[in-house]
Design a protein around this ligand. Structure first.
Ligand code: NDP
Length: 393
């Protein structure tokens, strides 16, 4: 029996993972499932899959979880330390699908016990890529990409010599605002940002797709996962979301990975790697699709892409600051406190202020340093957001 844990089990990626695992129940034993506020879903799945332990991130919800699990034999736990403890329980394959930097500590704990970490939580790589990869190396753990673009790169690299890679191209759908002028973008509403043309995802990544912060995180993710230099990583807008990434080699060959926009492909690939197994995803009908379009992204309308390059150039703790400021700005946009284009303004100001105060240089990365930089960036972002509101009042 393969021992499996899923962190962020109640979310979009977590549910897709459980869908796949549910199809091979006889060979999987579920160790831990984690969730946040959706206690009913967490308890339902922990019962259905006979998990050893279910953990909610929120301590105040522990009693609710205990009640929902009463009589099931599933252990209930809550809080950050409980998440870390659950991730330390021996498991061969661990899905990291918590949203945000909160996924970092459980991911590290899973790698410390030598697990294969299927990584959807790109924020942990952006915040602490060198730490995460060094932890995997030190403990015999493996990091497998689950983000569709990075899974595509990983697959295009199979059997190839990475030193023969000239460039990689990550595609972006362009989201719902692909053709919008800046003046209209400034007034974009939450509802409009949530209206993604191709992918069904959690709320936060959907808004990040609309602002291209998601693509910005992915550029950094590609660098941390594969070690490409920033200059080797390109982004193209591809409205059909069929080609997920391309790898260009020294001889001019360009290997594209195509598939229907369904995360169960990348999750299933990581689940069965190094083998390929049948997956319940739609097969492409290229003749019916007819055409695939590619265009360059407009960095004036989507400044997040430029910021990602500045973050890579700065190095040190810049990734942790960038991600935390982005999360704070996203919360403020969701709460209606700032406009859509203000998110990039807030992030840029946090980076600038912390850079001039020397707050991006951290030496060798540790979890404590990353979390301290993350904390400070959220405070700075809060001050800037409050200032933005005062000016408007
Ligand atoms: P969702 O919002 O659907 O799910 C997020 C999960 O994290 C839920 O289980 C949620 O619990 C839990 N959670 C939320 N806040 C916390 C917290 N502070 N501490 C611990 N757990 C928390 O997100 P997605 O599934 O869309 O995305 C998950 C990750 O995968 C993200 O990093 C995203 O960038 C990445 N990803 C997602 C893709 C997609 O298609 N959805 C594609 C590629 C990458 P609850 O809901 O119970 O509150």
């Amino acid at each position: 029996m393969r021992r499996i844990s899923i962190f962020g089990a109640t979310g979009s990626i977590g549910q897709a993972t459980l869908d796949l695992i549910g199809r091979e129940r006889e060979s999987c034993h579920v160790v831990a499932l984690s969730g946040g506020r959706n206690i009913a879903r967490l308890a339902r799945d922990a019962r259905a899959f006979g998990a050893e332990i279910a953990v909610t991130a929120h301590e105040e919800l522990l009693e609710d979880l205990r009640e929902a699990l009463a009589g099931s034999g599933v252990e209930a736990a809550a809080g950050r330390e409980a998440l870390r403890e659950a991730a330390s329980r021996p498991a061969e394959w661990v899905m990291s699908a918590i949203v945000g930097a909160a996924g970092l500590a459980p991911g590290l704990a899973a790698l410390e016990q030598g697990a294969t970490l299927a990584l959807a939580n790109k924020e942990s790589l952006v915040s602490a890529g060198p730490l995460l990869m060094a932890t995997a190396r030190a403990h015999g753990g493996t990091v497998l990409p689950v983000d569709s673009e990075h899974s595509a790169i990983f697959q295009a690299l199979l059997g190839e010599d990475i030193s023969a890679v000239e460039r990689v191209i990550i595609t972006a759908s362009g989201g719902p605002f692909r053709d919008w002028p800046v003046s209209r973008l400034a007034r974009a509403t939450l509802q409009e940002a949530l209206n993604h043309p191709n992918w069904v995802m959690g709320q936060r990544i959907t808004i990040d797709s609309a602002s291209m912060f998601n693509k910005a995180l992915e550029i950094i993710e590609a660098r941390e996962l594969f070690g490409f230099s920033p200059g080797q990583i390109e982004v193209l807008v591809h409205p059909e979301s069929i080609v997920h990434a391309l790898v260009g080699f020294r001889d001019g060959a360009l290997m594209a990975h195509m598939g229907a926009p369904d995360m169960r492909h990348a999750i299933g690939f990581a689940l069965h790697w190094p083998k390929r197994r049948e997956l319940p995803v739609a097969r492409l009908d290229l003749a019916q699709l007819g055409q695939l379009r590619f265009e360059r992204p407009d960095e004036a309308r989507f400044p997040a892409l430029r910021l990602a390059r500045e973050v890579m150039a700065a190095g040190g703790l810049a990734g942790a600051v960038f991600n935390a400021a982005k999360e704070a700005a996203l919360d403020a946009f969701i709460a209606g406190r700032i406009g859509f284009m203000d998110m990039a303004v807030v992030v840029e100001r946090v980076l600038a202020e912390m850079s001039s105060a020397g707050g991006l240089d951290g030496g060798a990365p540790t979890l404590d340093k990353v979390m301290a930089a993350d904390h400070l960036a959220r405070i700075k972002a809060g001050e800037i957001i409050a200032g933005t509101n005062r000016q408007e009042a």
